[in-house]
Write a protein that binds this ligand. Sequence first.
Ligand code: ZN
Ligand code: ZN
Length: 308
Amino acid sequence: MEFRINILGTASALPVPNRYPSAHVLSVRGRLLLIDCGEGCQLRMRQMGISPLRIESVFISHVHGDHIFGFFGLVSTMGLLGRTAPLHVYAPRSFASIVKFAVSNFGEGMKFGIEMHPVRVSAPELIFESRSIEILAFPLRHRIETYGYLVREKEPMYNVRKELIGTDSLTLAEIGALKRGCPVVREDGDVLTLERYAYKPYIPRSYAYCSDTAPFPELAEWVRGVTLLFHESTYTSELGDLAVATNHSTAADAAKCALEAGAGKLLLGHYSSRYKSTEPFLKEARSIFPETFLAKDLDIVELPLVKA
Ligand SMILES: [Zn+2]
Ligand SMILES: [Zn+2]
């Protein structure tokens, strides 16, 4: 039951040799989800041993080149590899014409379809759901229409304490009710409480992707309690004016959001090419939110399963 983030790129508009533009591959419970696909993302996938054929869905934050230029190469490669499974694309509506362009120019012999799921939300909304996970989209504040994504595990069913099944002669119906979180009242008046008879096997894990965005008050509320918050930090506070002018965030802005949201950990990325070293981002953010980490290209971030 993995929940893993593969970092394919951490640059912003201008790539630098060791930082490719934005892309994450999220591996969650056997599904591979690509979140943004900056230029070079398929090369990074090769380096990390991720097959493009296994990507089930692509989630696009916004139609700026540093988040989408990798889509053309990826679609072409999927075609060359003989992909047949449909590719689901969740993106702002304006991405549809880019997909059309990619398919008509680079999709020769393509045997798979691209299913578009236009995203248009003004507050967090569910856009995907399986038995075990759900994905919400929410608006960010950038120069063009931009969305963040929150991927989270659903609340697990209760486990019933095995040692009590025999000793208290629990029936199948009683076990079923306890699993669903319903206490049982027996005919003799005895109550089988959840506290005594059941427990949650683990705490659901979650990951939010917030890039690109200026800081805004609602965001912390929308990602409240997230296990791992990825928040862009294009600049440090020294260049705060530039962040404001371009609708981006500083490392301090990202840290304040993580602190307010009660996030477990903060992961920074989308660094401006002006910075040769990313250490200043870490220093600035950690002074506000100590559980901050720097995303680096080719990093793998695991969210371990924690017992409830
Ligand atoms: Zn960007
Ligand atoms: Zn942008």
